[in-house]
Design a protein around this ligand. Structure first.
Ligand SMILES: [Zn+2]
Ligand SMILES: [Zn+2]
Length: 275
């Protein structure tokens, strides 16, 4: 099945120290694969050296914005470029992130959870900490933090909402606790009126699966939660990656619209099949 392209709102720049390609190259790649709209959403600065090796410094924020603004203006007749940020949600840092968000007229903010307490559970360098981990408890704690991120009211999009599965660690399939934690997470997303990200990045990771799981997509669809697409591109060649697969999953769950953002206002647009 083919679909009219939808906005891809999740891509990075080398400032996060684990991505390649400048903003112009991401924009050119988007045009090359037929996209009409993208948004840059590099990893936000965080306070007190938190996870500093995986994000831009606060001192780099100005040049990030200048680069994205310049590409936005230069490509304006061919591509809509939105200006966003992937902000971490980590309890205790809310005041800083709140101030950061208030410091610029963003088009949208993605809120992502990459840590359970001091554990970067999706960080390859910390993968050994999965050994001996109670996987069920880790999932429950993770979904609890994601729920909290939605309720914080700081974010427009909840990023890769089951990132905890990245390396393929799975709780028992019939875990009632994990189902309840997923449900509470989705209820929080709905009550907070956030969009849920459907991310193709998981397809490129050991889990080899879209984020979030089809079961979560189906339940979110039932609850009427809006979706936004993100490739989580860390290289220009990943822009728009597996968009059609993600849209097919949404459509199979009865989702008819996809979200777009400008100045932190969400609009919904039909997912259109072609051919
Ligand atoms: Zn990243
Ligand atoms: Zn992320």
């Amino acid at each position: 099945m083919r679909y009219m392209p939808v906005p891809d709102y999740h891509m990075h720049t080398p400032r996060c120290k684990h991505a390649i390609g400048d903003v112009r190259e991401y924009a050119a790649a988007a045009i090359a694969v037929g996209l009409k709209e993208i948004g840059m959403s590099d990893h936000s600065p965080m306070p007190d050296g938190f996870d500093a090796a995986w994000r831009m410094q606060r001192s780099e924020l100005g040049e990030y914005l200048e680069e994205v603004e310049a590409v936005r203006d230069r490509f304006a007749d061919k591509l809509t470029v939105r200006i966003g940020l992937e902000a971490d949600f980590h309890p205790g840092t809310e005041d800083y992130v709140h101030e950061l968000i208030a410091s610029y007229p963003w088009d949208y903010i993605i809120g992502s959870v990459h840590h359970i307490r001091d554990w970067g559970f999706d960080n390859e360098e910390e993968i050994s900490r999965w050994d001996g981990q109670d996987i069920e408890a880790a999932y429950c704690e993770y979904f609890g933090i994601v729920a909290q991120s939605a309720r914080s009211g700081m974010f427009d999009i909840i990023g890769h909402p089951d990132l905890i599965k990245k390396f393929g660690h799975r709780p028992p399939a019939d875990s009632r606790r994990v189902r309840e934690a997923e449900e509470q997470m989705l209820q929080s997303v709905r009550e907070s009126d956030c969009a849920l990200e459907i991310s193709s990045a998981g397809l490129r990771k050991p889990v080899a699966e879209v984020y979030p799981h089809g079961r979560i997509i189906a339940r979110a669809a039932e609850l009427g939660i809006p979706f936004a697409f993100g490739s989580d591109a860390h290289a220009p060649g990943q822009v728009g990656h597996a968009m059609a697969d993600c849209l097919a999953m949404l459509v199979s769950c009865g989702v008819k619209e996809i979200s777009a953002f400008e100045s932190r206002q969400r609009t919904s647009h039909p997912i259109q099949q072609i051919g």
